[in-house]
Structures are given as structure tokens and as C-alpha cells.
Write a protein of this length. Sequence first.
Length: 278
Amino acid sequence: MKKIFHIVALTLVLTSCEDVVDLDTPTGEVRLNIDAHFRVYTQEVPVRATGQVVITETVNFFEENIPTVSGANVTITERGTGVVHILEETEQGSGVYEADNLNFLNNFEETFDFSVAVDGQLYSATAQTIPTAPIINIKQGDLEIFGEEDLEIIVTISDNPDRRDFYLFDFGFALYTPLDDQFFDGNDFEFSFLYTEDDEVDLQPGDVITVISDGIDEQFFNYMELLLEQADGGGAIFSSPPATVRGNIVNQTDMGNIAFGYFRVSEAIAQDYTVLED
């Protein structure tokens, strides 16, 4: 019989203060930021795969406009078959690269080699499709920590007992919770997530929340924990990660010219929940 474990997970983005503080921030060298996140929804019929590559340049701490990178040659190669899949820029100047079909990522036995060639530099990374845990229940709780505007969502998953698993739960609005199954391996696991007033999320009865369970590896788990610790607010944390957080992207041309960002492929399971009256 599976045991059920329960924890409370607070929103893992830091909220910004209202006080204005003048800081001397270093400009630093301009680096590439390559975000390549892909999901395979294996429980949908037919199976659906989504994702894109976003290439930008790092900017100063207070810079609002993030420069995009065009003209890159972006590919994903199936190592076992040698088949190369080309990702094209969706619109000139967008810095967003997509493939016509991503269903080839629905292969848990394959290794995928990712590459970006731009400005005489070759960047690469490797990933496999990481399995996730099914969401078996979502319900609404009544826990309040920061005030009456808190909304508690309780999620139950069923962990696989045959492997060490890491998960990333996406609650929308750039709010995430990474989980390690070390202490609930092979059991059903229940945890709470709080939407708080500081998250600047105004959820009302009748609104639909989509919770996504992503399978991730230990390296990306550690990456996400660092990224969330250093996040400066409720914005999209993948848009311009702090310069001290390194992902799995490697510059094969010049090791000293590092790039930030991450390439990962996750099995994903999504479930909707409709917010109820208190």
C-alpha cells in the first residue's frame, strides 16, 4: 500500500520590495542566453510535443529591453538514427526558433544532441526525455499564511518506485516548485502550493488553473533551485537568468565565451483545476 506524504510549498519566486534602492551594478560582458525547453504530453491522444528555442543576449540588471539573436542555425539531432531536425526562426528578429513537428521527442530511449551555431560560435547540449509522475488529484485548501488573499492548491502525485525522480511543477504565472522524491520514493505524495497576494495573481472563483508536472533530471533540478533563489520578482524567470547561474549549454568553439540557459526535454502531464468559492 502506498503511503501519502504531505508538505506545503510556498511560491518559489521572490517578490520585489517597494522601497527604491540605488545600487552599483556591474555591466559585465554580453553573453548569449539560450533557453530550449520542450515538453511531451504522452497522456494526450494523439501525443503532443511543444517547445521552442529562445536566443537572447544578457543585459544590465535594470535594462528592460532584452536584445534577441537572429540568424542562428539551430538543430536537434537524434543520436541513434542521425536524423537532424532544423528549427527555423519564426519571424526575423524574434530570436524564437521552432520546428514544424516535435513528435520525435516522444522517445525515452533516445539521446538528443542540441546545437546552436551563430557568429562563428558553436554551442551544444545533450538531453533525454525525462519521465514524470501522473497527477492523481487537485483540490483546494483553506491554508492562509500571508493573508486572506492566499489561495491553497493541494496536488497529489503518484511516484514511480523504480527510479530516483525529480519534478518541476508549473503553476502558471511564472510560479514553479521543483521536487525531489528522495523522501517519498514510490509513494503517493501530496503537497500544497500557495498563490499569495505578493505574487500579483488575482485568481477568482471560476478561473481555471493549469498545473503541469514536468520530469527533470538532477542537474536541471539544481539549476532551477538556484534560478528561483536568485529570481528578482514575479516575471518570467527564463527570460534573463542571473549571470551566476550556469546551465548545460557549452561553447564548443571558445570555452571562455560561456552561454547561459538550458536544453531539456520533459515528459509533461497537465491538469486543469477550476477555482472554487471560499
